[in-house]
Design a protein around this ligand. Sequence first.
Ligand code: ZN
Length: 242
Amino acid sequence: MNDETTFLVLRQTDYKENDLILGGLSPEGQVSFVGKALKKTTSKNAYACQLFSECVIQYDRKPDKDIYLMKTASLVNGHRPLREDLDLQIVASVIAELSLKVQNGTDLFEMTKKAFQELEKKERPFTVLSLYLSDLLKREGNQPMVDACVRCGNTKGIVAFSVEDGGFVCADCAKLKYAKPFETEDLKMIRILVKGSMENLEKIPVEAEKAKFARLLLDHLIYHTGIRLISRNFFDTWYPED
Ligand SMILES: [Zn+2]
């Protein structure tokens, strides 16, 4: 039996001497393939299986398994800019790792593919990451509170964001317990990103294109879901706190 699926390559793990295990997304959700001899230069399938590529994989589906032996792979879209531009690579790595660590679902494939397509335009990598995080937070039911102070409900005098409490904090409450201070303009952008979605990327103001907003949403997601990200270290090294 020949089964076939579209597949986004999001993780490559060494396996035996010449093989790779590919982790990624199909339209049905998270799935892995063992790619025999993918590390050999003579491999016919290696080109289609590079990191961040979208390909069509032939394999034999077996019940109750989530890792399969790959037979052939053919390229659909290599998403090459994501491997060639360091900024894009770092953001794509965070998105790729997240999409394999959040709760599985049939929506992840399109979400991640759309994020890669937007990233490739090289215009607004941080906005793409922020909106991806924003959509994940809605999906996980962990949206930050950005309509009022998360501690007292006050809608006036918002001056900070508390990751621990999960949202905006007013000046009075910020005196009692640490919350990260932000300028009013920044708080406005954070609110727009939290309410926004990848679907309305073009409506997001250009002022939202900052690493610090993506970092804040990432902090919030990590704190409230307990997900551990390896790519987080690269992100923090490359885009130090401002
Ligand atoms: Zn308050």
